[in-house]
Write a new protein. Structure first.
Length: 582
């Protein structure tokens, strides 16, 4: 087995804007965290800490929006049938639900067409265009896809169908470019002057509905739409800053009081109760909504978001839960087999490329992410199907996997994505060529990948941790991509108090205290103890025996209403006062 990268702890630099924020009356720790997230002044701090609707930009700044509104209004007035073609992940499904509900309630005859992952693959495809035409549609609107669907777009225009593309992915190569005549709304296009380019597909759908509602004089209920938009925004891992932070924060509040029968049923299946958090979406709701689309069709997830029938909502929620268990089984299999495959490579190449005819294409992306985190290498996993292979890749911080693949894009059947996540299709006979190309291209990354840096933002002691830090950090929620939960160094020397509790699949719960207190055993004040959770740490429990210090995240155990420290790494430290028997 290959040794993992060397782990180096480093205190993140204090940003230059920190003193100005402190001078404006912001607590020093909060000021440092805000500055590191791009906040430069008191007004920016207030906007970050108190998200509100007035922080959202006018949709009119989106390039192509006027053309899209004109075409939708003509469709409504003429009674045309409109096809909504969304992606099969949470972002695409929630964005599709937004357009179906938001446009439909304003007179547009909108019908959803979600792709089947195996039969259709990602994005707008010619066969979906054919389905839309057969259903009598004269206009197609995409959600979270379409930017790289040049062939399907040309097919639609040739058949006489109009096309509006709403997407947030990077433009593709020349062969995938959209033809003249397509209306495109994509804030990541160079031609788009919109001040925030990081909207999710669902966020962009929310903007389109809001603009159309204004155009036809029927204002939206922001809370009803934001609770759906926040699902895609959080689950798609777009940066939770700027407008995304507003959508996520206000949407989460709206979820707490949702009247959606489908979402309430999903809460019950996932055993969630308000307040709903970003972590709940990322680890509980999102995976269940994603599962059907990963395995075959996302239509049950869309129906759950739209249903108004209580009994149907319960059946759909249970079905999503079952599909998620099936998805986890496939995911573990692909991850384990990929790790075994790469264990035979010594030394590890700078980019990991693996494929198998026994892998399910719907889970290779998630499995690639797990392998990338485990081995600290950009990873591309592909499922072989007949004469082609369909794959997804995930990268590591500081490395653009998309950029590495771009020079090879002309040799691929399909390709798209962004810096940290890609999807592609390639003929089977070119797999080894792709592997060799990426391994050779990334050779200069070897030194960078040999070391994994853990940059912590705060450092504290068990006593300080048990004080008001949790409440202070809660003001920065929701956490997610672009606004990570702060990594904290818990200074040592620390010792465990009592015996560790093992639970679940190799997890640990331990009580720790500073050495001076820990030597007193159970007589120490519980306020000086920290509850530490180590997910998957049971095989490494020996690292927690002696005096040590730790890196981790401060979270809240909602069931017991107390802060807990989620362990990320630990290292031994010198014990100035060896423990004596209590």
């Amino acid at each position: 087995m290959n040794a993992g990268p060397a782990v180096v702890w480093s205190r993140a630099e204090v940003p230059a804007a920190t003193p100005a924020l402190i001078a404006a009356g912001i607590a020093p720790r909060t000021a440092e965290l805000l500055a590191r997230r791009g906040v430069a002044d008191a007004d920016g701090a207030q906007a970050f800490l108190e998200p509100s609707l007035d922080q959202l930009h006018d949709p009119a700044g989106l390039h192509g929006l006027d053309g899209a509104l004109d075409r939708l209004e003509r469709a409504r007035d003429a009674g045309e049938k409109v096809a909504i073609v969304g992606d099969y992940d949470v972002d695409g499904v929630s964005g599709t639900a937004l357009l179906i509900a938001g446009l439909g309630s304003r007179g547009v005859d909108a019908t959803p067409f979600l792709p089947h992952r195996v039969r259709d693959g990602y994005g707008l495809q010619p066969r979906q265009v054919d389905r839309a035409r057969e259903a009598g549609c004269s206009l197609i609107v995409t959600v979270d896809c379409g930017t790289t669907s040049g062939p399907a777009a040309r097919h639609a225009l040739a058949l006489g169908l109009d096309l509006i593309v709403t997407d947030h992915h990077l433009p593709g190569e020349a062969g995938d470019a959209l033809p003249e005549g397509v209306i495109e709304v994509n804030p990541r296009r160079d031609a788009c002057p919109y001040p925030f380019a990081e909207l999710s597909g669902a966020g962009l759908a929310y903007k389109l509905v809001a603009a159309f509602a204004h155009r036809v004089g029927r204002p939206i209920d922001d809370e009803r739409l934001l609770r759906i938009a926040c699902l895609g925004t959080i689950a798609d891992l777009v940066p939770l800053r700027g407008e995304n932070r507003v959508i996520a924060a206000l949407g989460l509040k709206a979820l707490d009081a949702t009247t959606s029968r489908g979402l309430r049923a999903l809460f019950r299946v996932a055993r969630l109760a308000p307040p709903i958090t970003a972590e709940d979406i990322g680890f509980q709701l999102g995976p269940r909504l994603n599962a059907p689309g990963r395995l075959d069709s996302a239509e049950p997830s869309l129906e759950l978001l739209l249903t108004r029938d209580d009994s149907r909502a319960e059946r759909l929620a249970r079905d999503l839960d079952a599909r998620n268990r099936e998805r986890r089984t496939w995911e573990r299999r692909v991850t384990d087999e990929a790790l075994e495959l790469f264990s035979r490579r010594s030394p590890l190449p700078p980019v990991l490329v693996g494929w198998s005819s026994g892998w399910h294409r719907g889970v290779v992306g998630v499995a690639a992410g797990r392998v990338a985190r485990e081995l600290h290498r950009p990873t591309l996993l592909l499922a072989e199907e007949n004469d082609t292979a369909v794959g997804s890749g995930r990268s590591v911080e500081g490395v653009s996997l998309h950029g590495l693949v771009v020079p090879f894009a002309d040799e691929l059947e399909r390709f798209g994505g962004h810096a940290q996540a890609i999807g592609l299709t390639i003929t089977r006979d070119r797999l080894e060529e792709l592997q060799a190309f990426l391994e050779a291209t990334a050779l200069d990354l070897e030194a960078q990948l040999a070391t994994r840096r853990l940059d912590y933002e705060l450092e504290t002691t068990p006593t300080e941790l048990a004080g008001g830090l949790a409440a202070e950090l809660a003001r920065l929620e929701p956490f997610g991509a672009g606004n990570p939960r702060p990594l904290i160094r818990l200074r040592g020397p620390l010792r465990t108090v009592g015996e560790p509790r093992r639970f679940g699949n190799g997890h640990l719960e331990i009580q720790v205290a500073a050495v001076a207190e820990a030597t007193a055993g159970d007589r120490i004040d519980r306020r000086d103890r920290v509850t530490m959770l180590g997910w998957g740490w049971a095989p490494r429990a020996e690292r927690l025996h002696g005096p040590f210090e730790a890196l981790g995240h401060l979270e809240r155990d909602r069931r017991r209403n107390r802060p807990v420290f989620r362990l990320v790494d630990c290292r031994p430290v010198e014990d100035p006062a060896p423990a004596t028997p209590a």
